[in-house]
Design a protein around this ligand. Structure first.
Ligand SMILES: [Zn+2]
Length: 263
């Protein structure tokens, strides 16, 4: 019935992704401040003028107004547009990889959750339970109903992801007598495992470790606090998962087959 839309599907998904990116910006900014996600509408942080509905079009408004408030000329952070663009591009990649399927729907929910959680983690060193708990639940319940996924795989993914980081955190604490891995990271990897299955966990950990150490060292070099700079690990775990759902599936399993050829 909607076949006539298929040639435009990537564009429609792009627009849908940009809109959810815009919503994600609201959650990233307001949720940690315990403000309502719905009311009031967006305002300029400088002059407090409500942002007009026609100035609130994802991506487009940012380019038309060159990232400035129409009333006072206050410059908005370019990150708002970046998050919208990122979400839109990720949505298109998931769509082009997995097409019309329940898996696509579940992966889009995961993408929205991971991007939102990552930026909250970057800003506040915090991975909200309000994202990780429902995300994990959707991962497990979705696997039960979705014929393309297996519930056992999802449950093992949750246990493997959660358990792996829990064990690392436990031994780190015993060894160094201080907390190294946040509880949020543990729950995040449990969530990722519940949606993507246990086989994805090693890939996600390797990607996160590589990017985490390279970027972590670069950031530490720039900062005066040196290696003591605290870096949130959540965004790197999210990055590994996003590479997987956006077409990196073969890469991930190829890598795993080096270690376990029977898979
Ligand atoms: Zn203003």
């Amino acid at each position: 019935m909607f076949e006539f839309l298929m040639p435009f599907s990537s564009y429609l998904i792009f627009i849908f992704g940009a809109m959810l990116g815009s919503f994600s910006n609201v959650v990233i900014f307001r949720w940690p401040r315990k403000e309502s996600i719905v009311f009031p509408g967006s305002r300029c942080p400088n002059c407090q003028h409500p942002i007009r509905f026609y100035d609130n079009i994802p991506l487009l408004s940012w380019f038309i107004l060159r990232g400035k408030c129409r009333d006072c000329g206050h410059k908005f952070s370019s990150r708002y547009a970046m998050v919208e663009l990122l979400m839109a591009v990720l949505f298109v990649l998931v769509w082009n990889t997995h097409g019309v399927s329940w898996t696509t729907l579940e992966y889009l929910i995961l993408v929205f959750g991971l991007v939102t959680a990552s930026f909250i983690d970057i800003d506040h060193f915090l991975l909200p339970d309000v994202l990780t708990f429902p995300g994990t639940l959707i991962g497990l319940v979705g696997a039960y109903f979705n014929p393309e996924r297996s519930f056992l795989d999802s449950l093992m993914g949750f246990l493997f992801g959660f358990g792996f980081l829990w064990v690392i955190a436990y031994f780190y604490q015993v060894w160094r007598k201080q907390e190294g891995m946040g509880g949020g990271d543990i729950k995040l990897l449990g969530w990722i495992g519940a949606v993507l299955g246990w086989k994805v966990i090693p890939f996600v950990i390797v990607v996160a470790s590589i990017f985490g150490s390279v970027l972590g060292l670069a950031l530490a070099k720039k900062s005066e606090r040196g290696l003591k700079t605290v870096i949130p690990f959540g965004p790197y775990l999210a990055l590994g998962s996003l590479i997987f759902v956006c077409g990196g599936e073969n890469l991930a399993f190829q890598y795993l087959r080096w270690f376990i050829p029977e898979l």
